[in-house]
Design a protein around this ligand. Sequence first.
Ligand SMILES: [Zn+2]
Length: 111
Amino acid sequence: MRREEADGNIAASQPRCEIAKTLLEGECQDPGEVRFRGTLLCAPHAALLEMEDRAEALLGSVFRMDEWLEENGSSAADEEFMGRIRHERDEAVAGLRLIRAQVRTARNALE
Ligand SMILES: [Zn+2]
C-alpha cells in the first residue's frame, strides 16, 4: 500500500486504469490518465490498445487485398495494377509484423 492510501482519501479519489473492463487484460493498479474509446486507461495500456487497433486494421486490409488478388489474379487484369496491389499487400504485412513485435514488447513491459 502506498503512503497516500494509508493516510487518507487522496488515492481513493484518483480513478484507476479500467483495462479490466475491456476484457483484454487483468486488473491494473495504475491511475487512469487517458480516455480511450470511453474507457479510462493508464498511458501504457492506452498505447497498447491503440497498437492492437492498428494491427487489426492492417490485418483487415491484408485480408481484403488477398481476396481481391484471389478474385482477379487469373483474370486479364492490368499487370501493373496487380503488381501495385501485391506490393501494397507486402508493405501491409511488413507493417503488421512490426506492430505485432511492438505489442509483444509493450506487453512484456507491462507484466
Ligand atoms: Zn493500466
